[in-house]
Ligand binder design. Sequence first.
Ligand code: AMP
Length: 420
Amino acid sequence: MEIRAPRGTYDILPSQSVKWQYIEKILRETAAGFGYREIRTPMFEHTELFERGVGDTTDIVTKEMYSFLDKSSRSLTLRPEGTASCARALIENRIYSGVLPVKWYYTGPMFRYDRPQTGRYRQFHQFGVEVFGSHSPYVDGEVILLLIRMLEKLGLQDCELHLNSVGCPVCRETYRQKLVSFIEPRTAQLCDDCRTRYDKNPLRVLDCKERTCQAAVQGFPHIIDSLCNDCANHYGVVKASLTEMGVAYVEDHNLVRGLDYYTNTAFEVHIPSIGTQSAVGGGGRYDGLVSACGGPATPGIGFALGLERVLLAMDRHPVREWPDLGLDVLLVVLDENLTVNAMHLLDRLRVADIRADRDYNGRSMKAQLKFADKLGARMVVLMGEDEVERGVLPGRSMDTGQQQEVPQEDLIALIKRILA
Ligand code: AMP
């Protein structure tokens, strides 16, 4: 039986990987422009890191982790997200005692045992950023601005920024009690998941996608009305800095993260046109995370962008020209005796940063020209006995069909001229 890729995973074939390279390049450059540097952490970590760093009441930890015992019976987990690993790296490498804040970005695959559908996979890719070591609400503003600028640079327009504040553990507790009293008489209308969530983590009922739950909590009290002075001020500055920078947002009272280490700012960007999985990225402040992972109290804020959804959105608006990473030159070799000459010429072209290749399967001249066309080569260079003897080489543009013969030593200059 044919072996297929596991459910929820897929191959990124070369016709698509050019798009991925392009997206990653733009994101890396934009992050670098905001002062971020790349961190690369392991693809798997001790399971306990995610239990502590993502939270053992979250869906990710209770239902979606790829955990396994290794040969020494240690429980390891394929990373479901990047923030916990960054916090662990900050602690393990004592980065918190150096110059703060640190600004990191990461990109790569994440793994969640989710129900696959459009925009939702079991192995998917994120580009994320984290800032550790600043309480300043202007950092929140800048992090959100970075997300917006990234999406703009990728040419995505119909983005909706959703914003909320979840306060601090103190004001959130006051709110939690208000919310529990509000939900209590309505528990019968909640879905099974929410009946459990209501006990452990009532804020999560607010972001349940079930219609019945959404209807049951209609008119719920908003967390921003329960913020303490400090948290209200923080939120005010974040909003003012976004307005100052011309970034539009909608306040979304359902946008909550129920865990203790999430503080203040929470945000998400949606592109409604990509379907039900419309959140392309989300993040927030997590001043309690580093201490939850066993480090000294260190504030932090970050976001993660889902690259499958970014690509989905970009493909919906095919106005752009994806960069062409195809072949520059196919060397058409007309005689097998010229193999050694061909090897040297190909090497010269490649050393000169010209993307060049040849046929190895004994095709006729006509078939080599067809092959060049299939490969999308922009030029062919013809190499025959006669030309080699005369020390010249004809180059032909595939676009215009124009052909020009030059002395061997002038070939690179000719190619560069034609390609330009
Ligand atoms: P989260 O880490 O859950 O806040 O997710 C951040 C972003 O990652 C989301 O906005 C999505 O774009 C993306 N994402 C999360 N889970 C998946 C998944 N299973 N498949 C594809 N993208 C995902």
